[in-house]
Unconditional design. Sequence first.
Length: 460
Amino acid sequence: MNLKATNNVETNKYELEIEVTSEEFNQAINEVYKKESKKMNIPGFRKGKAPRAFIEKYYGEEVFFEAAVDHLYRPMVMEAVEKSELKVISIGEFKIDEIGKEKGILCKLNVVVKPEVKIDGYKGIEVTKEPVAVTEGDIDAEIERVRERNSRMVNVDDRAAENGDITVIDFDGYVDGKQFDGGKAENYELTLGAGQFIPGFEEQIIGHAIEEEFDVSVKFPEDYHAEELKGKDATFKIKLHEIKMKELPEVDDEFVKDVSEFDTVSEYRNDLEKHLLEQRQKAADSDAENQMVDAIIEKVDAVIPEEMIENEIDEMINSFAYRLQSQGLNLETYLKYTGMSTDNLRDQYKLQAERQVKVRLGLEKIAELEDIKPTEEETEAEFEKLAKAYEMPVENVKNFVSVEAINADIANQKVIDFIRENAVITEAKPEKKPAAKKKAAPKKKSAKKEEISEEEKTED
């Protein structure tokens, strides 16, 4: 195979002129004949036993041409691309100009290549980093979340319903004196103040006691989903069966022992402060890195071929499909459930794909300009890291992850580090917050609830 010419036909697109010699073409025809002849019936010969010359005479000289071209196509394209030394990202139209046993094949192949990239100003990028701090209030809020996770529901029978309580009710709704569809339920669990029902409904349950029966009057909103109920006055007959409230554990040493590896509240608070600080530092670092990446994207000067974006979208969809598969779903089922089409999904990924392509091109160009490359030691260390993560021998990892892919990831991270080292990072001034009001002392439990609690302790 000879690469006769490499012609730049337009931005990022080339036409490769390829010549296949008559010897190469005839050899391909022979290879194809050995396979295809087994399927052919020629009068006077047993099936698959007719010589090539007889088959060509019977069906025509060009009978094996198309199959021979198919046989040659992949190795021919790969060799032509390699000889062109172009950074090909997509194969386009393939056209045969001449073909014959004596003259071989003259053909043209259109390819799309990586764009030429220019980038300036990647040193001295200005970044504003958020200050990192943890207040006592932040620690209190984290402890409240842990208390919520470790709360329990207790029945309340010594008072009326209050906002925040969970009630169990029967309700039966009427509009214009008639029941309406969906307006009736029994033993329905409703959290007061959660906004689950029509405005005004939950507020009218507050103040009622267990076993009370009463009416609630409301007006359906004008934009209510059921056309026949929009703007209508309604009355609901209610029976209140149960009132429950969330009981949070006291924050003491016993609580700390239950939820952590520590023995005292003080130790627990110190550990929470440390972890919150680490989390916020990582978030601040990540935000600063995103600012640098955004700046790089803005500085990339390139005409990016659409094929490059589409290839990136393909990769993203394949990755998404793989994640779905690990959860027992497939992409087709997901699209059916969500009412989406493949085109919808591709549209969703397009902006993200454009961003990732620009980032990659920018980082690659900076690596080239600054001669940033991974060392052999860094490459091997990354393979070791993957082997440990996947719990398999390094050689096995190398079978499914290419050195090129590993080196690209390492180089990109080294470029990010280089940009960070050369960035101008300014720490933002913290906003002044008004002084926090002191929390009111927690209400004491009723005597009756204290008795229940003590009984439960005895039972434990």
